[in-house]
Design a protein around this ligand. Structure first.
Ligand code: TYC
Length: 113
């Protein structure tokens, strides 16, 4: 296509000669989905073991861990943390493996938030 000089007549009314248009675009940023990791109650796993699991794998202090353990004991389950898919999967695997190795039936699951 042949080039054509830019003419003053190309300017729209109201544009000053130095006018520039900055178009702000807001790109849609997709946040990765989060997963709730939950501990389930059972009748056999010792309370101290559950507290230990919460301290060891979820970085909770003793009183936070004790409180969540009691919630699980009373309500049947509780969310112990919210993580990316990969981190949640790792936590579940760590808890299940640790519990099995200690011969406790403690169950840990994950669910999309
Ligand atoms: N219910 C268990 C008991 O009385 C304690 C327990 C708490 C077990 C939380 C599992 O996720 C659990 N020994």
């Amino acid at each position: 296509m042949p080039l054509r000089p830019i003419l003053m007549s190309d300017r729209k009314d109201g544009d000053s000669p130095d006018a520039a248009v900055i178009t702000k675009t807001r790109p849609k940023t997709q946040r990765p989905p989060l997963y709730k990791v939950m501990l389930l109650n059972d009748d056999y796993t010792p309370m101290e073991f559950v507290v230990h699991v919460l301290e060891r794998f979820f970085g909770l202090n003793h009183s936070q861990a004790f409180e969540i353990m009691l919630t699980v004991h009373k309500k049947g389950l509780a969310v112990v943390g919210v993580f990316s898919f990969e981190v949640a999967e790792t936590k579940v695997a760590q808890v299940m493996d640790f519990s099995r190795r200690h011969q406790h039936p403690l169950q840990c699951t994950m669910e999309k938030e």
